[in-house]
Every structure is written in structure tokens, then in C-alpha cells.
Ligand binder design. Structure first.
Ligand SMILES: Cc1cc2nc3c(=O)[nH]c(=O)nc-3n(C[C@H](O)[C@H](O)[C@H](O)COP(=O)(O)OP(=O)(O)OC[C@H]3O[C@@H](n4cnc5c(N)ncnc54)[C@H](O)[C@@H]3O)c2cc1C
Length: 416
């Protein structure tokens, strides 16, 4: 097939949005170049499972080249896009340039520390494989150090784990960490007194799980308490030096671990583009997800600022990115046929988060429920959404093993 004259679509980002649009243009009369700085697609919702030694990276990431092996109209480049010339229609990546007819920016987000440099330097984050593996290594090292520490105060500081951010990621991490300690590490360190261990979840607002209904916020706190997680709401973190946490009211807590899940902002590349940015650095887009003044550029997912009918920005969720990708693929096809682009409308598929074994909260079809049923739905949905049959099977076996034997396979401390 001669692809020379076909419109060239460049998609930056092989995350949830980028993957979805590339797939949806599989049979379109276009030539696609998909670019990502990694050679894999990462299923970020399960990153916390890497950090708490539940899964290994290859179980939640999948090579892009394997995913698109059969898609003839797609070429993949592993490269970092560093700048874009919107007037001349080309992107720069790793020293070379690439021209486009249509550009889709699905570059996602990065952790937002809101300018708190000491927190950024000393805390752990969950945003990519490297940060999740570092977190796992650190958590396990704290137990090794605590096991040989003779000073009681120092031992307590080593065994105090603070998670900041009461959204789904913070809640899932705190719950899973508490379970790792009580179900698994307690067996590995039989001499250790678990009374020395603290898992704290800190949230600046007066409630956890911001966009969940009240009854589920309360259920979340109850489930966390049942797993011995201390929940501190209305509590702001003001500083962290790697050894001591300082809260907004001046209270200090000695802790060698702080996991920061309290903020996300648009990816670094967005700041270089000279476009109008809204809250969290996201790009303000047209209702059709096009960049103002540049109808050949589409921005979607975490990088795009898009308000719902009530004037609230859409959350940074995989479901938003995927739905936006679907509409963008349709709009590219429409434009190629000489039709106008249609506006995007988000259909909320519901909310779902797990707090650990047999414990989750769900708000689906207007109904709120928590506990075992919600947990089964969470497990089923996450297995289904993983890419690759092998990954699904391996994760299912892993989770079943851990469930029945109260075990966790990946307790390795590796060199980074
Ligand atoms: C720990 C965690 C848990 C989450 N849990 C959930 C959940 O339970 N449910 C849910 O719906 N959402 C969840 N999310 C959010 C969800 O992962 C994001 O909303 C979603 O990934 C956004 O999709 P995206 O396509 O915009 O970006 P991403 O999926 O982040 O993809 C962006 C891609 O762009 C690439 N990239 C960035 N900059 C460049 C560059 N300059 N050059 C080349 N490539 C680049 C990145 O490598 C990445 O592959 C979670 C996120 C995290 C971090």
C-alpha cells in the first residue's frame, strides 16, 4: 500500500488516551506515528500494587510494539518529544523533527508537589514504574533496618509510614500497605512488635475521597480504621525533611517514609508549548478537544482542561482520557470527510476504589455500595482492563494466591 499521500496523524503518548485513539484509527485512511518516551503502555491504576510488593512491573505494563504488531497503518517511535511548532506543523524529538497533518497530544500528567521542594526531594511518589519500585525497596528496607534497631524511638520512626492525599490512590495505598504489614511482614519479622508500626493517611480537606458520595466517604474511613490505618483529615502537611514531618499546626511526627499522592498536574511538555493553561497546568481546549486557533491539534486526557456541564473540570481519570480519545478518533474521521468536529460529552461510568482484602467502595448506576461485592467488581474490572491475556492470567493467579495464603510474592529489595 502506498501511504505517502495519506494524512499523517502524530500521536504523542501511548497512555490510556493515545492507545485508544491509535486503535480506533486502525482502519482509517491515515498514516499514524505513535510516540512515547517509554516502549510500553503502563496501567497506572495498579502502580500502588508494585509499591506494596503485590505485583511486578511487567504484569501491569505491556510493550507498545506488541500491542500494535498487526496494525499496518501505525509506526511507533520510542522518543521524548521536546517541543512543537504549531505554525509549521512539526514536532521535535530526540534531535530530529517530524511533520504532521494532525497532532494528538495525550501526554498525561506528572506529580504535583505544589512547589514544596523539601517534600518533593524527600518523599516517594507513585507515577511511573521507577518511582513505584523505589517505594517498594524503601518500604522493605525500613523493616530490615527496624529489625536491627535497638533504640525504641528510632525504631518507631522507621516503622511510621505516612501517605499524603485522601483520594483513591492514597486510600488504596494506605489500605494495601497496612495489609502487607499485618498479613505478610508480620510473618517475616516474628520478633518485631507490630505496636511500633503506624500507617497514617493525611488529607487537607475535611473528608477523604473528594468526589464520592458521603456514605462512601464514611465507609472508606471505617474500612481504613478496620485495617489500623490512622486517618487525619483537616490536616495539612507543611514540611518533610526525610526524617520528620511537620504539619500545618506545627505538630511533628518522626517518620522515615512519606508517600505523596496529593496532586497531579499536566505533563512537563505542556509547560513548554506557550499555550493557554488552566488549573493544574492543563491546556484549555475547545468543546471538540481542539486547541484554540489550531483545529489540526487535539489535546486529551490528563493534559486537557475540559469543564463538565456544571463548570467543574473533568477529573484526571483513565475513563476520561479513553472517552475523549474515542470522540477525537471520530472527529478526525469526520474532518477527513469534510464534516465538522462534534463536541465531547463525558459519560460518568461510576466510581470504584479498593481499600484492601474484601474491602472496596463503589458508586455505579446511582447506587453506592461497599465491602465484598464492591471488591469483587474492582478485582474483575481491573483484571479485564489489563492488556494481554498472559498479564490477566498471571495477575489473577497472583491475587488468588495472596488471597488464600495471605502472602505477597514480590518482597525483593533490588538495587536501583
Ligand atoms: C497511581 C495512579 C492510580 C490511578 N488510578 C486510577 C484509577 O483507579 N482509575 C482511573 O480512571 N484513573 C486512575 N489514574 C489516572 C489515570 O492513570 C490517568 O488519568 C490516565 O493515565 C490519563 O491518560 P492519558 O492518556 O492522559 O495519560 P497517560 O496514561 O499518563 O499517558 C501519557 C503518556 O505520555 C507519555 N509522555 C509524556 N510526555 C512525553 C513526551 N514529552 N514525549 C514522549 N512521551 C511522553 C508518557 O510516557 C505516557 O506513556 C491513576 C493514576 C495514577 C498515577
Amino acid at each position: 500500500m502506498n501511504t505517502q499521500k495519506l494524512p499523517h496523524i502524530v500521536i504523542v503518548g501511548a497512555g490510556f488516551g493515545g492507545m485508544e485513539i491509535a486503535r480506533r484509527l486502525a482502519n482509517a485512511p491515515v498514516q499514524i506515528t505513535l510516540i512515547d518516551r517509554h516502549n510500553y503502555h503502563l496501567f497506572q491504576p495498579l502502580l500502588y500494587q508494585i509499591a506494596i510488593a503485590g505485583l511486578v512491573p511487567s504484569q501491569i505494563a505491556y510493550p507498545v510494539r506488541t500491542i500494535f504488531r498487526r496494525q499496518k497503518n501505525l509506526t511507533f517511535h520510542m522518543a521524548e518529544v521536546t517541543s512543537i511548532d504549531f505554525e509549521s506543523h512539526y514536532i521535535k524529538m530526540n534531535g530530529s523533527i517530524l511533520a504532521y497533518d494532525y497532532l494528538v497530544l495525550a501526554v498525561g500528567g506528572q506529580t504535583n508537589f505544589f512547589g514544596m521542594s523539601t517534600v518533593e526531594e524527600n518523599s516517594f511518589k507513585l507515577k511511573d514504574i521507577e518511582s513505584a519500585v523505589s517505594t517498594r525497596n524503601h518500604l522493605l528496607k525500613m523493616f530490615e533496618r527496624a529489625n536491627r534497631e535497638v533504640d525504641a524511638d528510632r525504631r518507631k520512626a522507621l516503622l511510621t509510614f505516612v501517605v499524603v492525599g485522601g483520594g483513591p490512590t492514597g486510600v488504596e495505598t494506605a489500605g494495601a500497605l497496612a495489609e502487607l504489614i499485618t498479613h505478610v511482614l508480620a510473618k517475616d519479622y516474628p520478633q518485631m512488635d507490630l505496636k511500633d508500626v503506624r500507617v497514617l493517611l493525611i488529607e487537607a480537606m475535611d473528608h477523604l475521597m473528594g468526589n464520592y458520595p458521603n456514605e462512601l466517604r464514611k465507609a472508606t474511613v471505617d474500612l481504613l480504621h478496620s485495617k489500623n490505618v490512622e486517618v487525619l483529615v483537616n490536616t495539612k502537611l507543611s514540611d518533610y525533611n526525610g526524617r520528620q514531618i511537620t504539619l500545618g499546626d506545627g505538630t511533628q511526627i518522626n517518620a522515615h517514609t512519606l508517600i505523596w499522592t496529593a496532586g497531579v498536574r499536566a505533563a512537563e511538555l505542556i509547560d513548554q508549548l506557550g499555550v493557554q493553561q488552566a488549573a493544574s497546568g492543563r491546556v484549555r481546549v475547545e468543546p471538540t478537544l481542539q486547541l484554540p486557533q489550531h483545529p489540526e491539534v487535539f489535546i486529551l486526557g490528563d493534559a486537557a482542561y475540559f469543564e463538565d456541564g456544571e463548570g467543574q473540570p473533568l477529573p484526571m481519570l483513565a475513563t476520561v482520557a479513553q472517552q475523549q480519545a474515542k470522540v477525537t478518533a471520530k472527529n478526525i474521521r469526520r474532518i477527513l470527510k469534510g464534516q465538522s468536529a462534534e463536541p465531547f460529552h463525558y459519560k460518568d461510568p461510576g466510581l470504584l476504589a479498593t481499600i484492601g482484602r474484601n474491602a472496596a467502595v463503589a458508586h455505579i448506576w446511582g447506587l453506592s455500595f461497599s465491602g465484598f461485592i464492591a471488591w469483587i467488581i474492582w478485582v474483575g474490572l481491573h483484571i479485564y482492563r489489563l492488556i494481554g491475556f498472559r498479564n490477566r492470567l498471571v495477575v489473577l493467579i497472583n491475587w488468588a494466591w495472596d488471597y488464600f495464603f495471605y502472602d505477597s510474592q514480590v518482597r525483593l529489595i533490588t538495587r536501583e
